[in-house]
Design a protein around this ligand. Sequence first.
Ligand code: ZN
Length: 406
Amino acid sequence: MSPTLALTEQLIARSSVTPVDAGCLEILRARLEPLGFVCEILARGPLLDAQLGKGARSDDPQLTVTNLWAKRAGKARPSASATPTLVFAGHTDVVPTGPLNQWGSNPFAPTYKDGRLYGRGAADMKTSIAAFVVAVEEFLAAHPDPELNLAFLLTSDEEGPALDGTVWVCEELQARGETLDYCIVGEPTSVKQTGDMIKNGRRGTMSGKLTVKGIQGHIAYPHLARNPIHQALPALAELAAHRFDEGNAFFPPTSFQISNFHGGTGASNIIPGEVVIDFNFRFCTESTPDALQAKVVRVLQAHGLEFDLQWTIGGLPFLTTPGTLVSAVQAAIQAETGLDTELSTTGGTSDGRFIAKICPQVIELGPPNASIHKIDEHIAIADIEPLKNIYRRAIENLASPSKATV
Ligand SMILES: [Zn+2]
């Protein structure tokens, strides 16, 4: 069995349902320390009462988040420029299984069928983590003293609230003055075949909770009431039709979507007193949260609405324009698979948004994502070795930048 497959099996066998790591990071630490990595486990439980901001944290092991920061210093470069740092980032936690009786096999017992490996986390993203580690092992066996610092930033808090994982470790690294140059996140980005798509950015996400106030009354006496549904609809129609921006070469236009619309008392003879609407922006680098919020408020005011509006910014957009890292990864994919990879910024958010704050070049590359978060999550065996080889080739290209031209 290939070392990548064997390590993937070991990780899938740990039932690390978010935020529990279930010992995955200790397995990885045991692989990295013999390679010369200095490993730190950074753990913390969630705030007991975030509202009060008292700072007390739960010590319940079922809630504790575990993070691994591992770094191996490379050789100084002969030129004046500092030795760059490449970090591999990802998560050991997985989403819950859903109904076990719907799975074809135990989600935490690696199972082979029809050329596929089944198990929770097979695609999102335990195979990527195993491939990172084996790629680094192979690279260091061939190049024991590279002019490249290597690092791992792994967390068990990506699929949950994501408050005590990568975002916190990045704050710690920033406080220490740690500098990162290139980051590869192992999220499953491919469509049909490993390497056919990478993410070189992600849109931002911002949600709004809008309460439009009216006056409750008898439906037969509308002149004595004020219908907030009738009042809200034209404003919402205007927002839904509005082009907030045109996007750019890397991003589609910002989108506004309503996810929930709640109003009415349940009775058919009452005009409700208020209506509550949840909406979300997926926004690109052409729009800012401030500008989007201001536009929404202007539209609501122009329609004469009495309203209350609360905002939650889930993440800012990030973009890595083609440069050293994109070229190194494109060349690695081309050499391994013959594919011209597609650059994309679609899909949900990822921890890349936190890393991008302290690392100028971040891309995401992993196996096909068609089965992630589903019953019977799996990865094709044929996708595994190419993934590891692409990662190894990317390291080689970044260790000797003259090779990283496409
Ligand atoms: Zn993931």
